[in-house]
Design a protein around this ligand. Structure first.
Ligand SMILES: [Zn+2]
Length: 293
């Protein structure tokens, strides 16, 4: 999920904006979308027109081309004809990728507002601060910025009996038999590299070396930043942590199981490793190029 090139992130509406506007309205974590034929779209209204539902806690989140984009909690009221609510995760392949990425930014900012209405220090109400980037306590002035949770992802590779192989695992949280790279949240005082070594050891019991940074990607469920690495197997047999991993195996690159969605950094990392194993990856190519749509 990458914001489109023509999107400019903002925290305040652009000056003199009286143009058409795109509305990312949420109710209970679901996004209001317009059905137009077989496709879904995010409602856009003409200059001076009201949003399709009244919004609360309205935020300008940027401009896409010339069009300001607003995020808000949808107020009460019946949905107008042709509009429906859907959880963001259900909109992969339903919404255009660009709109899905902008909706991810909208969801994160609204979630930040919703969960930081009161000060974590003294519990007094907060208000917007730092030109809209933060929430500041109205009593003690403690300031909070949107929380981003860094998580590492590691695709462990080796040259095994069947040539180049990838270590892919099925997590306990997947309810479909999808195999993916390993992932875990960075802990306090830990570097990304230390996190890779620890998580890989904890989840599947193997040691790794030769970490190579691949790329990063926002994952707004609810506010992760996935930082992906390639890592070479340095020793140890697979021993799964049953609390996290149902199954993990070495898969030859030409016999891969069901993989994650094409928009996930995990899939791009796996595709890159497969391409590299087949000699097709451009030397030096990393995520910045491989991750772009
Ligand atoms: Zn306070």
């Amino acid at each position: 999920m990458h914001l489109p090139e023509r999107f400019t992130p903002l925290w305040r509406p652009p000056p003199g904006a009286a143009a058409a506007a795109r509305w990312f309205l949420f109710r209970g974590g679901s996004l209001l979308v317009r059905t137009s034929g077989s496709r879904l779209d995010v409602p856009e209204v003409a200059a001076g027109e009201a949003p399709p539902l009244p919004g609360e806690e309205i935020r300008c989140i940027g401009t896409w081309g010339e069009t300001p984009c607003f995020a808000a909690q949808a107020g009460p009221g019946e949905l107008p004809d042709g509009l429906t609510l859907a959880p963001l995760r259900a909109l992969f392949d339903q919404l255009p990728d660009a709109l899905l990425a902008i909706a991810g930014r909208a969801a994160q900012i609204l979630d930040f507002d919703r969960t930081h209405r009161h000060c974590g220090v003294c519990a007094a109400p907060t208000e917007l601060g730092d030109d809209g980037r933060a929430r500041r306590c109205t009593r003690c002035e403690a300031t909070s910025y949107p929380r981003i949770a860094p998580a590492m992802m590691a695709l462990v590779t080796r040259t095994g009996p069947a040539g180049r192989e990838l270590l892919l695992a099925r997590g306990t949280r997947f309810n479909v038999p999808i195999y993916s790279a390993l992932a875990g949240f960075v802990e306090p005082s830990e570097s990304l590299e230390e996190c890779v070594h620890r998580e890989v050891r904890e989840e599947v019991g193997v040691a790794v070396e030769h970490l190579r940074y691949f790329g990063s990607q926002c994952w707004p469920f609810p506010h992760s930043l996935m930082v992906a690495f390639l890592a070479e197997h340095a020793g140890g047999e697979i021993a799964c942590d049953p609390g996290e991993i149902v199954d993990a195996q070495w898969f030859p690159v030409d016999r891969l199981p069901m993989l994650p969605h094409r928009l996930s950094v995990a899939r791009k990392l796996i595709d890159f490793a497969v391409s590299e194993a087949r000699g097709g990856a451009a030397p030096g190519l990393r995520g910045e190029a491989a991750l772009r749509p």
